[in-house]
Design a protein around this ligand. Structure first.
Ligand SMILES: C[S@@+](CC[C@H](N)C(=O)[O-])C[C@H]1O[C@@H](n2cnc3c(N)ncnc32)[C@H](O)[C@@H]1O
Length: 240
């Protein structure tokens, strides 16, 4: 499905936040793996802190773009499916995977990613906040067409037609429950992105004034007036 998918970053400021977080975590070691790394947008920022970098993606188009832009000699591009076995256990220092996990209903493969890590190794991946702006716009836009069932809060066709699952932090904790309880890992979460409350307030206000004098703000919309960030980043460390 991703064969010819080119990921274009549309939001510079969001990218700057991601870069700032990556730099602040001072990730380094022998081997870095960027899973679903696209054209290496983020691994290229930190690749100098590693001896070897594996950029794994199954989009041919993205890997071609990477070859054209290639910076640094340490990165090896691999066309592979990250949900399938990739590396030996205990072999990777740092794994990053940004904006990928949200394409999967049940991302059980992150347990395997933890197995790839060396003791002390770190895994970083993000999920969309359940209230990400894209789904909210979609809900509001489609409001007249159909009644939106609560399940629609979970799934939505956005991002160039790719299906995005809006996970809840709890799902990830449930998946990692055993590893956390057995003290195999520690987990830290970071909420990051743009704060959307103001934008949404404006949007709803505009709609109210121009088109819908009697527009009633729904429960969903009331809930989304609570400030939120786009993404939740999971920072996992494998205990030595
Ligand atoms: C939104 S892009 C993000 C790219 C990159 N991580 C970034 O932040 O710039 C998602 C990427 O994940 C890749 N991808 C999704 N599922 C994959 C899988 N099972 N195996 C390998 N790559 C995958 C897609 O091809 C795409 O390049």
């Amino acid at each position: 499905m991703f064969e010819n998918y080119i990921f274009e970053n549309q939001d510079e400021s969001l990218e700057q936040i991601e870069i700032r977080i990556l730099r602040s975590l001072k990730l380094k070691g022998e081997i870095l793996a960027d899973l679903g790394g696209g054209y290496g947008r983020l691994s290229s920022i930190i690749n100098n802190d590693f001896d070897k970098v594996y950029l794994v993606d199954y989009s041919k188009a993205n890997l071609t773009k990477f070859q054209k832009m290639k910076k640094g000699k340490s990165t090896c591009a691999i066309r592979a499916d990250f949900t399938k076995p990739l590396f030996k256990n205990n072999s990777i220092d740092v794994i990053i995977s940004f904006r990928t996990v949200h394409h999967y209903d049940n991302p059980v493969f992150i347990k395997e990613w933890i197995n790839y890590l060396k003791p002390g190794g770190r895994l970083l991946f993000n999920i969309d906040n359940l209230m990400n702006i894209t789904i909210i716009y979609d809900i509001i836009k489609n409001k007249d067409k159909f009644e939106i069932p609560p399940s629609r809060m979970k799934y939505c066709l956005v991002d160039n037609g790719l299906r995005i699952c809006f996970h809840n932090e709890k799902l990830i904790y449930k998946l990692l429950k055993e590893e956390i309880e057995n003290k195999k890992i520690t987990v830290e979460t970071i909420n990051y992105g743009l704060m959307h409350r103001r934008k949404l307030e404006n949007f709803i206000e505009t709609r109210f004034n121009k088109f819908y004098n009697s527009y009633i703000i729904s429960e969903t919309e009331k809930r989304i007036l609570t400030p939120f960030y786009n993404f939740i980043l999971f920072h996992i460390t494998k205990i030595k």
